[in-house]
Design a binder for this molecule. Structure first.
Ligand code: F6P
Length: 369
């Protein structure tokens, strides 16, 4: 262990996800057992911008393994390079990276564990260049972080989405309807793919495979002709038609990625009804996918990630992010991860299996997709 290691910080940045508390617990308990003090930074990088930290002892991190959300609070608008502060009717953007570095030293931190997604990792790289000792832990329900096979939170989100799709199934069947269910995931279709397969969705639409509306409508009609009087469509929020664009719900001022997707399910339901005369309904599952108790899988992964992050700190391996690859815990340089996303490859084994059992992905029949 490094002689100088006395106090570390931990923060959760970006959108929350199930398993964050399990990581905080693992980082803190491993450090405390090692005689190292732990400071919790509140609300992502806001806590270091605004100097809001609290000392975590055993009582803070006991009994939180199964708790959803994050005891530290989080924020997806706290990029220190572009800190937005309200200014009259609008916002002004400030670079407060030096302030973050100053507060980090003022708090006596020897290292900082950041648990976050792409935005948090990218923002941390600049701070590493300014001398902060940072290690990363990848989190997102979207499962789209580069270099790791899996992020904790995804399994729980898929489980929640699958449960919802199973429930939609019975009402779709009773009313002989086409039900379009919109799932999160931004520009990667992992949640829609995995929950769609798990629930036996008839059609799965993901950003990686632009869809042909007529192919989708024809599949619904075909099912109806063959006596299947309902259709379940699982659609990722970032799915788009061939030559079309993603459906944007809103812009969030001050966010590193200001675009919030939403509305593709409503669009599909309307278009399919127009083309087929089948009765359609749509459901947007939304933030319920980010909530709740983490699954056993996510608790185990989060515990491994938290422990591995502390080991990186203990061994002075700063600037690295914990990953899981081929079932093994490893690490990569955070700078390699920044500003990249991991989408569903077209030869993904789960995708190929879904195709093989007849799931429609909305691509034209002539297409290689
Ligand atoms: O990245 C996680 C995620 O939940 C996406 O799946 C979703 O598009 C986005 O965050 C929603 O962000 P917000 O919490 O700002 O609405």
């Amino acid at each position: 262990m490094s002689k100088s290691l006395q106090r570390i910080g931990v923060l959760t940045g970006g959108g929350d996800c199930p398993g964050l508390n399990a990581v905080i617990r693992a980082v803190a308990k491993t450090a405390l057992q090692d005689g190292v003090e732990v400071m919790g930074v509140e609300d992502g990088y806001f806590g270091l911008i605004e100097n809001r930290l609290l000392r975590l002892d055993w009582t803070h991190v006991s009994n939180i393994l199964t708790l959803g959300g994050t005891i530290l609070g989080s924020c997806n608008r706290s990029d220190p390079a572009a800190y937005s502060v309200p200014d009259g009717d609008g916002w002004v953007v400030k670079d407060v990276r030096d302030q973050v570095v100053a507060h980090y030293h003022q708090a006596g931190l020897d290292a900082l564990v950041v648990i976050g997604g792409d935005g948090t990792m990218s923002g941390s790289v600049d701070l590493i260049d300014r001398g902060m000792h940072i290690v990363g832990v990848p989190k997102t329900i979207d499962n789209d972080l580069w270099a790791t096979d899996v992020t904790f939170g995804h399994d729980t989100a898929v489980s929640t989405a699958t449960d919802a799709l199973d429930k939609i199934h019975t009402t779709a069947s009773s009313h002989h309807r086409v039900m379009v269910v919109e799932l999160m995931g931004r520009y990667a279709g992992w949640i829609a793919l995995h929950a769609g397969i798990a629930s036996g969705a008839d059609i799965i639409l993901i950003p990686e495979i632009p869809f042909d509306l007529q192919v989708v409508a024809d599949r619904c009609q075909e099912r109806s002709r063959h006596g299947k009087r309902f259709t379940i469509i699982a659609v990722g929020e970032g799915a788009k038609s061939i030559g079309g664009d993603v459906v944007v719900d809103r812009h969030v001022e001050g966010s590193p990625d200001p675009i919030r997707l939403g509305g593709v399910a409503a669009y599909l339901a309307h278009e399919i009804e127009e083309r087929t005369s089948l009765e359609c309904r749509h459901v947007v599952l939304g933030h319920v996918q980010r909530g709740g108790t983490p699954t056993a899988f996510d608790r185990v992964l989060a515990t491994q990630f938290g422990h591995a992050a502390y080991e990186l700190v203990r061994n002075n391996r700063f600037g690295r992010m914990v990953v899981q690859r081929g079932g093994q815990i490893d690490s990569v340089a955070m700078s390699d991860v920044a500003n990249k996303i991991r989408t569903v490859p077209l030869d993904d084994p789960a995708l190929l299996a879904a195709r093989a059992v007849g799931t429609c992905f909305g691509a034209p029949r002539s297409s290689a997709h």
